[in-house]
Design a protein around this ligand. Structure first.
Ligand code: CP
Length: 316
């Protein structure tokens, strides 16, 4: 994985993803021992779009590994406002750092960045396309809740059109196989065809598209709630009409299995009532913690720094 850019999780093999999951568990149990792993390394976070979790967890991950962080949060603070291209920015920043995490509102921007950079680039979200490190956090949460990431019925609910975390997660779960997807959305926010094509191309996976959450919630092992992505709408009226289509509250949750896991990439607006936070099925703040651990695993792997005492999964 040394020197590898991660634009989509397709850039990693299933064995590499399994090793990252294993590594994150090791990091969690050996925080002090790994705290000097990336000493002398520098991470750049280039965030052209707002973020709380992704940017702060990429940065915390490098700091907790003993490295340092530079970057900007908000394109208005960078030379893009003077007309600099992403390629020129990356050719520049590559001279300063060992690894870059980039978030950009345009689909494909992270790929463009990786082609210009001479250090590994990690996609921290490109428009409505992909969010691979959120998927790593999601997989780690499934692994800790179920002891596996597949052989599950996974409901994805809300904005399945613009929700990049949904696209990354479905594509990756298809690679693991044996997943039954229940895609719950209004007609206007259905899953893009290229993601459906991926499910169709996977014989061990299947899907149904429905509009009503209450009628399917009892079948689910996992309910992945999503926010309606206001920033990707062309028209405010459509957003206002669709934003409250799904609200998960304790009444709806009473129809679910006792061990169903509720995931959400966050931020939430009002699609999960705050009362659900105290339900043992709520797993979304575990996802946040897992996001940091998985980014620690990924950053140390792509810069090529071995965690002291860590035995890779394939050598076990
Ligand atoms: N899940 C996620 O991407 O959150 P942020 O937008 O806060 O980074």
């Amino acid at each position: 994985m040394i020197g590898k850019s991660v634009i989509s999780l397709d850039d990693l093999s299933i064995a590499q993803i399994r090793d990252l999951l294993h590594k994150a568990q090791y990091i969690d149990a050996h925080r002090k021992e790994v705290s000097h792993t990336c000493e002398g390394r520098v991470l750049a976070t280039l965030f052209y779009e707002p973020s709380t979790r992704t940017r702060l967890s990429f940065e915390t991950a490098m700091l907790r590994l003993g490295g340092k962080v530079i970057g900007f949060a908000g394109a208005q603070l960078a030379s893009v406002t003077k007309g600099e291209s992403i390629a020129d920015t990356l050719k520049t920043v590559s001279n300063y750092v060992d690894v870059v995490a980039i978030r950009h509102p345009k689909e494909g921007a992270a790929l463009v960045a990786s082609r210009a950079a001479s250090v590994p680039v990690i996609n921290a979200g490109d428009g409505g396309h992909m969010h691979p490190t959120q998927t790593l956090a999601d997989l780690a949460t499934l692994q800790s809740r179920f002891g596996r990431v597949n052989d599950l019925t996974v409901g994805l609910c809300g904005d399945l059109m613009f929700g990049r975390t949904v696209h990354s997660l479905i594509e990756t779960l298809c690679r693991f196989g044996n997943v039954r997807f229940i895609l719950i959305s209004p007609d206007e926010l259905k899953t893009p065809q290229y993601v459906i094509d991926r499910i169709n191309a996977t014989p061990s996976c299947s899907y149904v598209e429905v509009r009503d959450l209450a009628s399917v919630i009892g079948d689910l092992d996992v309910l992945y709630m999503t926010r309606v992505q206001k920033e990707r709408f062309f028209n405010e009226d459509d957003y206002l009409r669709l934003r409250d289509t799904y609200i998960l509250d304790e009444d709806k949750l009473s129809l679910a299995k006792p061990d169903m896991a509720v995931l959400h990439p966050l931020p939430r607006v009002n699609e999960i009532a705050v009362e659900v936070d105290d339900d043992p099925r709520a797993a979304y703040f575990e996802q946040v913690k897992n996001g940091m651990l998985m980014r620690m695993a990924l950053e140390s792997s792509v810069v090529g720094d071995d965690l002291p005492g860590y035995e890779p999964l394939e050598s076990k």
